[in-house]
Design a protein around this ligand. Structure first.
Ligand SMILES: *[C@@H]1O[C@H](CO)[C@@H](O)[C@H](O)[C@H]1NC(C)=O
Ligand SMILES: *[C@@H]1O[C@H](CO)[C@@H](O)[C@H](O)[C@H]1NC(C)=O
Ligand SMILES: *[C@@H]1O[C@H](CO)[C@@H](O)[C@H](O)[C@H]1NC(C)=O
Ligand SMILES: [Zn+2]
Length: 463
């Protein structure tokens, strides 16, 4: 009797193992417009049904070992598990288990939205590496939004600068951008309201040259649906993760067919290598030296940086803005530096009912627009000339102090703060993944050990 819970636990474990391991990804590809599941979800469902081969007992995964038990993730170092470290994309191996990459945005897939090639800017497979309008600099920020993005938007507002954000939908364990309990959707809305350009950097930051054509399409379309759920439209501009989109893989033609401009750069700040107060000067020098090779009467620049890095947001970007100001360059979006009209930067898709704002919404009398910058019970900041957000001290403004903690959502726009020390985003274990790999191994070994103990106990009882 005493052992019953253990028995139950163990049988759950055995049941889990029984549905494990590989099978080929079948080619289900006909998703009707009114069906909300995505291509990948269907594939997964098909996979789970057809799993019958012997379980992967040692909890390793990858080319040599095959897939993880159903529902578990294959970490970058090849261990199965369910922790955030195992499942976070892009480290998690998408062909050998579940991953954040396999999660899907709500709502109808975007595959049926028309994608005409409009305007003068070339579409894939052609790649765009530079701006066209002399005197412009297009600052671009990849991999966000992150915990630093709010500060970056404040800074750009202070300089009246416009920038372009290449947004990734579910990378680095941050959750989905269209999960409205997380801060990301508000930040993306704020980008839009502030006149920045919103572009795609794929759903989970996989290398588009290394995945299958179906996975590539999924990486694009899921990010579209997520952005559509926030903005009511999705972008026509994208940057391939790792700037990787080889001819051999047909990636470029696929992206062209999906209606995308492929945007690279002609200044690489190397900011991700220099994310330290003692190193960031190198990135500043790269930027300054590039600008010094020409004059704003004839030159323009397309710059890559990442709002995933503290020094990029809190140090490098203001330096770049100051240099531009001093040398006479204008900070603009990619679309503007290419003379592409704004309405060609995105494709409308309003099939999702616009998101319901949280908080006490329009309960009570309609508010008047603030006339003196104060706000609160009777006056809203929306539509005023003092800024969109009503801060805790009843004043309108656009800064994090107004839009962040204490912001009054019934009297203006509010962005949601990134949870302090929230593990939604930890730049320290980003990209390289060494630390998270170590964690994964420990976790997996621990789980395996506990499980073996259970099994041993059961066997002992049987004897
Ligand atoms: C939904 O799908 C069914 C077939 O499964 C189809 O007959 C119907 O027209 C679709 N509705 C919409 C709105 O697309
Ligand atoms: C606040 O932001 C909005 C949207 O970007 C902009 O239109 C407005 O001019 C800004 N107001 C101030 C006072 O900065
Ligand atoms: C900003 O960068 C400079 C080097 O360019 C460095 O000396 C300084 O400490 C950095 N400031 C902050 C706040 O990190
Ligand atoms: Zn990236």
């Amino acid at each position: 009797m005493r052992f019953r819970p253990i028995l139950m636990l163990s049988s759950i474990f055995l049941a889990k193992l029984a549905v494990a391991t590989p099978c080929e990804t079948s080619s289900i590809h006909t998703v009707p417009l009114n069906q909300t599941s995505s291509v990948a979800e269907d594939l997964e469902a098909a996979e789970i049904e057809s799993r019958a081969t012997p379980p992967n007992l040692d909890y390793r995964c990858g080319v040599k070992y095959g897939k993880c038990p159903s529902g578990t993730c294959c970490s970058s170092s090849g261990f199965c598990g369910t922790s955030k470290a195992h499942c976070r994309s892009p480290d998690c191996k998408i062909d050998y288990g579940h991953c954040d990459a396999h999660k899907s945005p709500k709502g109808p897939p975007t595959k049926d939205v028309g994608r005409p090639h409009m305007g003068q800017v070339p579409y894939g497979p052609q790649e765009v590496r530079s701006c066209a309008v002399p005197g412009t600099v297009a600052l671009t920020f990849d991999d966000g939004p992150t915990r630093y993005t709010g500060d970056l938007l404040d800074l750009l507002d202070r300089y009246d600068a416009k920038a372009t954000f290449f947004i990734t939908g579910i990378n680095n364990g941050k959750g989905q951008i269209d999960d409205f309990d997380l801060p990301w959707a508000s930040l993306i809305e704020r980008m839009q309201l502030s006149g920045h350009q919103i572009a795609s950097h794929t759903w989970s930051h996989e290398d588009l040259s290394k995945v299958t054509p179906l996975q590539r399409q999924d990486q694009i379309e899921k990010n579209e649906a997520a952005l559509r759920n926030i903005l009511g439209s999705f972008p026509t501009y994208m940057r391939p993760p790792y700037s990787s989109c080889t001819r051999d893989s047909a990636c470029g033609t696929d992206l062209g067919r999906l209606g995308y401009h492929i945007i690279l750069y002609d200044i690489d700040t190397d900011d991700y290598k220099n994310d330290d107060p003692n190193l960031i000067q190198r990135s500043k020098d790269i930027f300054d030296q590039s600008l010094s090779t020409g004059s704003p009467t004839s030159r323009s620049w397309l710059v890559i940086a990442h709002d995933a890095h503290e020094q990029t947001v809190h140090n490098l970007t203001e330096h770049m803005l100051k240099t531009m100001k001093r040398t006479g360059y204008r900070p603009v979006t990619v679309g503007e530096c290419l003379r592409d009209p704004r309405d060609l930067w995105s494709r409308p898709d309003d099939r999702m009912p616009s998101r319901k704002k949280k908080g006490p919404k329009s309960s009570g009398d309609p508010k008047l627009v603030s006339i003196d910058g104060t706000c609160g019970k009777h006056y809203t900041c929306l539509g005023s000339r003092f800024g969109l957000c009503c801060g805790s001290v009843n004043l309108c403004g656009n800064t994090t102090q107004h839009c962040g903690v204490g912001c009054q959502s019934d009297a203006g726009y509010c962005s949601v703060e990134v949870p302090p020390n929230g593990d939604a985003w930890d730049p320290k274990i980003q990209s390289k993944g060494h630390k998270s790999d170590a964690d994964s191994i420990l976790y997996t070994v621990g789980t395996a050990a506990v499980t073996s103990l259970f099994l041993a106990l059961i066997v002992a009882m049987w004897m």
